[in-house]
Each structure stands twice: as C-alpha cells, then as structure tokens.
Write a protein that binds this ligand. Sequence first.
Ligand code: KIV
Ligand code: NA
Length: 269
Amino acid sequence: PLRSVLPPEITSRKGGVPLVVLTAYTTPVARLVDPHCDIALVGDSVGMVLHGLPSTIGVTLEMMILHGRAVVRGLSRAMAVIDMPFGSYEESPQQAFRNASRLMAETGAPSVKLEGGVHMAETIAFLTARGVPVMAHVGLTPQSINTLGGYKVVGRDADAARVMADAKACEAAGAFSLVLEKVPVGLSGDITRAVRIPTIGIGAGPDCDGQVLVVDDMLGLFTDFRPKFVKRYAELGSLADEAIATYAAEVRARTFPAAEHGFADKVKS
Ligand code: KIV
Ligand code: NA
C-alpha cells in the first residue's frame, strides 16, 4: 500500500521541526515506533543487534528483505528506509539498481539507504533517476570498518573538507536526505547549513535536521557496547534479566505454574 509519507515530503521538512528516526527490525517494534517517528530505518545494524554478527559486513540482501518486510507490515504512517547491505551496491550503478529494486519491490518500502559520498554519487544519481529514492550516509560508515580501522569520529581537522565534499556530492546526485554519523558538532552544523536536503545525525550533535538512534540501544536492550552518543531512555535489558531470573527461580521452586495457569481435567457442568 502507498504510505502516507514519501521521500519528497521528508526533503521538504528541511529546517523545520526535527525529523525523528529510529531503527526497527521487526513488526512489533515497527508498531511501537510508527506513531512517534517520521522514519523507521531498517538498518544493517540488524546484523549486530539481532544476529550477533561482529560487524555489519556479513549482512545479506536476504536478511534485509526479511526484516524490511516485517517492518513495513508494522507501519501505517512512518516511512520505511531500508539499508543496502555491504556488497550489494558498490560494484556498479547497475548492480545497485538491481538490488535496490528488489529491496523496494519485495518489502514495499519506498526508499533505500547506502553508505558513501563522492565515490557513490554516480550510483545515487543512477538510482534516483530510475525511481529509487536514496538516503545517503557519510562520516563514519560502518561497512568500511576494515579500511577505516575503527569506529572513530570522522571529519576532524583535515578530514572535515572531505566529509563536506561527500555531503555535497550526495546532495548534487539527488539524495533525498543524508545521515551524518559520528561527525564533530561544528562540521555537522556546517554541512546542515550547506545542503538543501535534511541531515539526520547520529553522534553528530544538535544542529542536524533530524536525529536517529538504534532502537535497541536507546531502550537498553543491546548492551554489548555503548557509544557515547547513545542516550538510554529505558533499561529494558535489566527489566528482562530480572523477569527471567524470577521465572527461573519460580520454576525451580515449583511456585510456577500456579493453579490459575493450568487446565481442569473435567469441564464444569
Ligand atoms: O544501520 C543502522 O542502524 C544505521 C543507523 C545507525 C544510521 O545505519
Ligand atoms: Na547502517
């Protein structure tokens, strides 16, 4: 079904009330995110958060399609964006179109996201001209962890000009919005003022046109590591730990199940 929010409307919100974005990977979480957020991002972070992978490198197109479908089923107003996984778009604009069109056709999401700036501009233009709205992602790009050498801030000192050029190249290529990850606060403000598309920050300070967090991080469900930019709005991980510990103790003590959880042998007459 046609979603109420489509990429051009997101672009038109540049400079207005900040765009609210969270990741979602499943139908129930999409239902929680939908009433409060403008965009539900099916991030390739799903590989680390739900599948226990050490990085996003091992995430496949099939995983993104399955999680994308689940999320789209749970949305009625927020817009879905699906990450193109590592290896599914870097080779050529044609390869990117082939896989982006599968992501859109097989999930119903109206847009995709890919990592890259200047070197991906040709691909962003190719996709956009052919009906695939692209959210670009610059600064720290986790799919390049092995060439970057770590999850460090990107865009300090001499690197600032390169990140600015990446942002401008994505805008010129037709990206409908732009994620800035782990970019210093001053630079992300400069980029936000320099481009006409909305910037959506994660660890990029308050001057962006929107903010995104990984939902399991902000709920305290994913605690393997905790980047400085994550604010925990709940501690669902410790709540779950307490609940599971209580269940285990009650099973061992035979206090669960109680009478009300069982079924009588005879139907009452
Ligand atoms: O995969 C992801 O969750 C992302 C966001 C953190 C922007 O790309
Ligand atoms: Na991602």
